[in-house]
Design a protein. Structure first.
Lengths: 112, 112
């Protein structure tokens, strides 16, 4: 069965620290990849997406992600986090047949 | 821009009651979907629709019905609410099934 795995369920870090969230998927063919963010009490918003082309994707708010096809990974990074980055982050994958499959999410808490 | 609009935002039901969660989008998207979000489980697909008159089951369809009479609207019906359906429900729409999904604000449902 197709699956999306996020490595960490909870991450706590200080402001200005670097953030990297892991995401691996089990789809074998062409995939579209997404990272969504959910701020406390809000709906999911798109951070960035990868369909094709440059495997290093830049999104909003200083986030970026790298698609490594050989590792079936799409890790999210931010060089220096802020308190406002406290949120839950979801990796999502769709293949050519459609339907987004979400990971379980990573709760990120940034302390002042 | 309204985007995806869900109502209500909060609802408390008694076991056995029925209700309909409303979802409307104004982006002329063909694809719409309903997810439930539970702690530690990410978002799980309940039902989806690839266009007016066409619906299909997702990962967790039991206890829910949907219909799609227009491109804009995609209501989710709970036929006989159960405590296991306590969750946060999100409606989403996208241009195609495997492209970026736009989410509504969510409905927090409690079944007592």
């Amino acid at each position: 069965a197709q699956s999306v795995s996020q490595h960490n369920h909870h991450v706590i870090l200080s402001e200005a620290a670097s953030l990297e969230l892991g995401c691996n998927y089990s789809y074998g063919g062409t995939v579209n990849l997404f990272w969504y963010v959910q701020y406390p009490g809000q709906h999911l918003q798109l951070l960035l997406k990868y369909f094709s082309g440059d495997p290093l994707v830049k999104g909003i708010k200083g986030f970026e992600a790298e698609f490594i096809k050989s590792k079936f990974s799409f890790n999210l990074r931010k060089p220096s986090v802020q308190w406002s980055d406290t949120a839950e982050y979801f990796c999502a994958v769709s293949d050519s047949w459609g339907k987004l499959q979400f990971g379980a999410g990573t709760q990120v808490v940034v302390t002042p | 821009n309204a985007g995806v609009t869900q109502t209500p935002k909060f609802q408390v039901l008694k076991t056995g009651q029925s209700m309909t969660l409303q979802c409307a989008q104004d982006m002329n998207h063909e694809y719409m979907s309903w997810y439930r979000q539970d702690p530690g489980m990410g978002l799980r697909l309940i039902h989806y629709s690839v266009g007016a008159g066409i619906t299909d089951q997702g990962e967790v369809p039991n206890g829910y019905n949907v219909s799609r009479s227009t491109t804009e609207d995609f209501p989710l019906r709970l036929l006989s609410a159960a405590p296991s359906q306590t969750s946060v429900y999100f409606c989403a729409s996208s241009y195609r099934m495997n492209t970026e999904a736009f989410f509504g604000q969510g409905t927090r449902l409690t079944v007592v």
